[in-house]
Structure formats: C-alpha cells, structure tokens
Design a protein around this ligand. Structure first.
Ligand SMILES: *Cc1c(COP(=O)(O)O)cnc(C)c1O
Length: 405
C-alpha cells in the first residue's frame, strides 16, 4: 500500500515530473513542400473548382483501389449522404450501422428520412458483428453502413453475403481505412459503395474532402447528379431534347457537394505518400502492440486475419478489473504526463438527438462496455520514435500507478 501511494504521488497529475514537457496530440496532418506546390499551382491556374484536379484525383483513387468510378465531394459526411440517396433510402427505410463510430455514419440515414438501426460490435475487434446485423434485419432494411473502425476492415465477407441474401446495399464507411486491404483487395473495391474522408486527422487530407467509390454505373450517375444540384448537361439524362449548347436541366433534387480543385490537388499530392504513411503507421502500431501486450491493465485490439490494416486510430482498452480507477482518471493522468488522448467514440445513440428520437440506452451492450474502457492514443505519420516511446512510458507509468494488487 505504501508503495502504491508513492507511485501515485509520482504522477504528474499529483505534482510529479511529467513524461513530456510538450504535449502530444492524438492526430496531426503531415504536409510537405510537394503538397504546398500542388496547391499553389491550382491557385495560379484558371480553375479553383470544377477543374482538372477533380478527375485527376478520382482516377488516382480508382487506380489505387481498383474501383471503376470515384466521385469527389466536399467531405465524408456529404459522401455518406449521397451514398444513402443513391441507395434509394427514403422515409421509413432502415439502415443498419454500428454505434461505435462518428455520428455521420448514422446521420446519413436520417438525412434521407430513414432510420438508423444499431447493431452491436464484436467485443474483440470492435467492428460491427455480422451476427448482430443479421438479428436486426427487417422487411424495412435497405442498407448496411459498415464502418472500418480504426482502419481495420469490417468483416466484409460475411457482411456482403448477408447483404446479398437480403437484397441490401452495402455502404462501407472507410473514413479510417484508406490503404487497408481485405483478403488482398483494397477497400474501395469491395462494397457496393465505399466512402472516404479527407479531414485533417485522417491518413490522407485535403483540409476537408470526401469521395464515394463504386463499380455500379447507376449509382455513379446518381452520385454525380447529387453532387451538383441534380443538374446535368448530359442529353441522355434529360427529359425531352436539349435546346442548344447552353442548355441544362435539373432532373432531381441534389446539393452543392462539390470539392474544390485546391482540395483535390492536396489530396492527389498526399496520395503519392500513402505507402510511406501506411508503413509508418504500421510500425507505430506494432511497437504499441508489443509494449501493451504484456501489460495486464490494458487490452490490445484484435485484428482479423483478413484485414491488412493501415491503422488510423490506436485504441487502448483499459482492463478496469485490474485498475483502481476509471477511464476518466487514466485519461486525465495521461494528459498531465503530456499525452493528450481522445475517446473514439461515444455510442451514437447516447446523444440527446438520438435519445429524443427514442433510442434507449442498453441497445448494444458490447459497444457500451467498450466505450467505458477506451482511450485513443497518438498515432500519426510524423511521430518520432521518441514520441512513441514517451507515449508508452506514460501509459506504463499511469496504469502501473493505478494497478490493483
Ligand atoms: C471522419 C469521419 C466521417 C465524416 O467525415 P467528414 O469528412 O469529417 O465529414 C464519417 N465517418 C467516420 C467513421 C469518420 O471517422
């Protein structure tokens, strides 16, 4: 007991010396001179939007993933919205997704008048469980939004099979998983539609940005219309004949979800670095897994053999049975040591907006249990080996100070 008090006293939160003076955050973009040049070139060109950089980056994403079509949009949320529109989600339709995700994975169903239905996660991989999806399928189910949480591919084989059997559209929210492969195939070429986000915390950034990838020509047409007001200059999509070269029609209700060429140029330049980004992220994850694998106070995320993962987030699960405190104390103590963590995610249906829509707590016990126990540790390309070791030192220091005997 004396010993423990001594150890706890050494924590920075109790006035001890912190592991780091300069705080490290959970994610940070990496921008080099090539990125800056690519953006500057656009600024000096004729097109800030609707220019050649959009098609350039769309082609790069198709080449990378093997998808037939890519549609760049303003952000990942817009990509999810358009994917749900293209899948035909409307009033009363149900869309199954995981609660352990960013709210946008579920909000996209609400935008279309649909209802998100939450299926519980696999407690070891933290991804949506195919068995739980199956239990939630009803006559109203139209689509599944499978999230590749942390970058690990969801259980896409079984999920695809279920979707096939029940006539559901599979939308993969790959906001975390650009560069990840499932059974040797890049995400982007597996689901009916796959969406990416290029927010600055993601592996590849455009400041903001999103994309939808598909092999389906009908979806492709709908996505392109939805991106720009439902307006087209393509005569084959018009009702009646064109009246001249100026002519266009609005054939449906769409949005302005266009990406600028400035964003596209940045994403295109960043994509050239994806192999390097992926390699470094894998190295850091391997080092963390090795260091944390031997600590009884924490649990390492399990990976399925099918996923060759480029990790976006590193989740540290606390083994609360081996600790004298809750996640909050560990989170605060790590912060004081100079390691600013985050929590990904609060179960989506916990939010007041969802509670008002009638979602009760207790829906997905595995997700709720996980939420109580997780922290997101720093993981990004530009972390030095020293940064990585500092994070490990801080985690060990804190969990050992709070360990149960
Ligand atoms: C980031 C993210 C999104 C939304 O992307 P934005 O580009 O920020 O709109 C959607 N789903 C998940 C899982 C995300 O992490």
């Amino acid at each position: 007991m004396d010993n423990r008090t001594e150890e706890t006293a050494g924590l920075a939160i109790h006035g001890g010396r912190p592991v780091r003076e300069k705080t490290i955050f959970y994610g940070h973009q990496y921008i080099d001179d090539a990125d800056i040049e690519a953006v500057t070139e656009v600024l000096r060109s004729d097109f800030l939007t609707c220019g050649p950089k959009i098609e350039e980056v769309e082609k790069k994403l198709c080449d990378l993933t093997g998808a037939k079509y890519a549609v760049m949009v303003s952000n990942g949320t817009a990509a999810l919205h358009l994917a749900c529109m293209a899948a035909g989600i409307s009033e009363g339709d149900e869309v199954i997704t995981t609660p352990i995700t960013f709210a946008a994975s579920a909000n996209c169903a609400l935008y279309c008048g649909g209802r998100p239905v939450f299926a519980d996660i696999n407690p070891d991989t933290y991804n949506i469980s195919p068995e739980e999806i199956e239990k939630k399928i009803s006559s109203r189910t139209k689509a599944v939004v499978a999230v590749d949480y942390t970058g690990q591919a969801a259980d896409l084989g079984p999920i695809r099979k279920l979707c096939g059997e029940h006539g559901l559209c599979l939308i993969e929210d790959a906001s975390h998983s650009i560069g990840t492969k499932y059974k040797g195939r890049y995400v982007g070429s597996i689901a009916d539609m796959t969406i990416f986000s290029f927010h600055p915390v993601k592996t590849i950034t455009g400041g903001e940005g999103g994309a939808i990838l598909t092999d389906n020509e009908e979806y492709y047409t709908l996505l392109k219309l939805g991106r720009t007001h439902g307006i087209t200059r393509d005569e084959s999509l018009m009702e009646g004949n064109s009246e001249g070269k100026w002519y266009y029609q609005q054939v449906g209700l769409g949005y302005n979800y266009r990406m600028t060429d400035i964003q596209a140029a940045l994403i295109s330049s960043q994509l050239d670095k994806l192999p390097r980004f992926a390699k470094r992220r894998k190295e850091i994850v391997a080092r963390y897994d090795e260091a944390f694998g031997e600590l009884p106070q924490v649990v390492v995320q399990k990976e399925i053999a099918e996923s060759d993962t480029v990790r976006h987030l590193y989740i540290l699960q606390l083994n609360l049975e081996e600790l004298t405190v809750s996640r909050k104390e560990v989170f605060d103590a790590l912060g004081a040591e100079g390691v600013a963590c985050n929590v990904h995610y609060i179960p989506v249906y916990y939010f007041p907006h969802y509670q008002k829509l009638g979602y009760g707590k207790g829906l997905c016990p595995n997700a709720e249990r996980l939420y109580e126990r997780i922290l997101t540790l720093p993981l990004y390309y530009a972390m030095t080996d020293e940064d990585v070791e500092d994070v490990i030192t801080a985690v060990k220091k804190v969990v050992q100070a709070y360990r149960k005997d």
